[in-house]
Design a protein around this ligand. Sequence first.
Ligand code: SF4
Length: 90
Amino acid sequence: MNADHKVAKNHYQPEAQAHIIPAANLDPETMALLVKCCPAGLYHIMGDGSLRVDVHGCLECGTCRMLVDEQALKLWRYPAADYGIHLRFG
Ligand code: SF4
């Protein structure tokens, strides 16, 4: 079983509001870094050159937050209690 199959088995309770919002007009290097760093592959560069993040699959690992400065992510917070990823053990 590869990493994509394992990530696909996770369970999430989506929030109505996104808990991660990238800033507009990021430089190409920062966008490429975010695309490359996310272990769940949630960042995508769209056809118009903008950056999109699909927060419903977020592992809440914080990697993206740690690798870019505060201006690059307009918002990064953990989802509210009972929302986001539901961690399993075993
Ligand atoms: S917190 Fe982790 S899983 Fe969530 S978007 Fe950032 S890098 Fe991806």
